[in-house]
Design a protein. Structure first.
Length: 294
């Protein structure tokens, strides 16, 4: 029996299958994808369907995704957890710059608070470690914001197992976002650290940026057929079965696709299914692109 919820930070019970907002913005996560009303409808549909974890970032748009979250969902219902990210500055649809100086992180967090119309961000994630700033200074800035009540929990994005262990020696960490899916399990060591410390692991590109949709992977389709499911639903179900720490937040701009993704939580994979899926290897490049996707 898989667990439906995860105690994020030890005190925020979230359903493990959440919703990510990157796909509500345009190519390169720059500008709008389509009509604003459509994005608002998808967000409201997600919460109506029981999603309790919304994952966004200040640089999706930039700023647009956070604004959409507030427009669609504020005042936030009890039990809804809003996660956002800071520490990256956008200058174009293909340019991303780490910005981890303490004064930058503070300014970004306070701007996110205003856009999200909240006094406290449930989960504030450092979108990238800035190699030009000591980790202790970056996490120290987030610790200050947490002590001031502006952040409830701190998360990290795209780290090695060693970096995560180092961060844990400096402060409390509630979550990690790294790329992880059926075709890319390079962060397995990070997942093990998360499991041992009770951290949530929010895998980005949970569908390998499209490589796990359609008819791309024959073995995946074979397992999917046994459950009357799509390949993408089965790939999401694999994540939910793979580890109780995995909390995928697939995104979409379509209510129909949203419903399809959320139905993955009802799939129960057998040991035989899991063995079959574990043998999968990349058949083509996931096409990660140049931009941080999570």
């Amino acid at each position: 029996m898989i667990q439906d919820t995860f105690p994020l930070g030890g005190d925020l019970a979230v359903r493990r299958l959440g919703f990510g907002t990157a796909q509500l913005t345009g190519p390169g996560y720059w500008g709008p994808r389509g009509a604003r009303a459509d994005a608002v409808a998808v967000l409201r549909r997600a919460v109506a369907r029981g999603v309790t974890l919304i994952d966004t970032a200040d640089n999706y748009g930039p700023w647009l995704a956070e604004e959409l979250v507030a427009e669609a969902l504020h005042p936030y219902p009890a039990g809804l957890v809003i996660a956002t990210k800071g520490g990256v500055v956008r200058t174009s649809d293909s340019a991303w710059h780490a910005a981890g100086r303490p004064e930058q992180l503070r300014a970004m967090c306070e701007a996110s608070l205003r856009r999200l119309r909240t006094d406290t961000i449930d989960l504030y994630q450092l979108h990238r470690l800035d190699p030009a700033v000591p980790m202790a200074e970056q996490l120290g800035a987030l610790d200050d914001l947490r002590r001031e009540g502006k952040i409830r929990h701190i998360g990290l994005d795209t780290v090695t197992a060693g970096q995560l262990e180092r961060a844990l020696s400096l402060t409390g960490i509630a979550s990690v976002q790294n790329r992880f899916n059926l075709l890319d399990r390079a962060s397995a060591a990070v997942l093990r650290v998360c499991e041992s410390h009770g951290l949530a692991f929010l895998p980005w590109f949970p569908l390998a940026n499209g490589a796990l949709t359609g008819d791309a992977v024959a073995a995946l389709d074979s397992v999917a057929a046994r459950h009357g499911a799509t390949g993408s639903q089965t790939a999401l179900a694999w994540l939910l079965h793979r580890s109780p720490a995995l909390c995928p937040t697939p995104g979409t701009g379509s209510t129909a696709h949203l419903d399809e993704n959320l139905a993955a939580a009802d799939i129960r994979l057998s040991a035989e299914d899991m063995d079959s899926l574990e043998t999968l290897r990349p058949l083509r490049s996931p096409g990660h692109g140049s931009a941080p996707p999570a």
